[in-house]
Design a protein around this ligand. Sequence first.
Ligand code: AKG
Length: 265
Amino acid sequence: MATVEQFKVRDEQASAFEQDGAILLAGAINEEWQNLLRAAIARALQTPTDFFMRRLVWRTDLDFERFCRQSPAPGIAAALMRTDKVNLLYDQIFVKDPGSATVTGWHNDQPYWPVRGWPVITLWIALDPVTNDNGALEFIRGSHKWNRWFQTFMPDEHGAILQPYPNQNPAFEPLIDFEAERDRYDIVSWDMQPGDAVAFHAMSVHGARGNVASVPRRGYAVRFVGREAYYEFSATDEGGFLENPELNSGDPLDSELFPVVYGVP
Ligand SMILES: O=C(O)CCC(=O)C(=O)O
């Protein structure tokens, strides 16, 4: 896979990410990588499911793995987090077909994951044109700095919030109904072209509406962790799918499940 055309993060983009917790990176992923991802998503979706998302797909398809390791994505994550080593946490497909009523309830991600520390980021890559009508992601600007750990919820098969995960972490606070109070918050969202990415911090509060448009909304999210973050598993983490028997709490993430994809261990 050629990686000739490398997207370069500018210093002001890293500063905006630090400040706002979410930024648009127009043209981050070139057409060749987009085509690889679209084909891999089509393969993944051949396995029947009624769930709008698939996780850890890099473990099941070499092209997703190639993207996670060799595309510009790990370098972009490193530059935005201003770190010199990046581990892959996991990847995830999010498809909302035309007419999909699937709402992505407001939440922040890090309470779901066995990772603590600051440098934790997602690159969400658009593989279709994305607008408010087909479910553009929305972010509460600056919420990544609140240091508020909201309780985790299990989505229903359409992605909407259903019920709290069992064994709630008592240290986490009840989730706020941000949708009901949206006028009180500084909400940002972007229309996207295929190949654009939104980069957002794992503590940034975000959500998305359903798809009332006639075009699909295929997104591919890759989550990365910088050197200064560490593993910490608790029974409250999302269904245990990131539990890693190779690691103890406090360890750096380096392991088979969370490979180093940028820099050196
Ligand atoms: O694509 C979506 O609707 C949800 C994405 C999301 O919540 C995430 O990537 O953390």
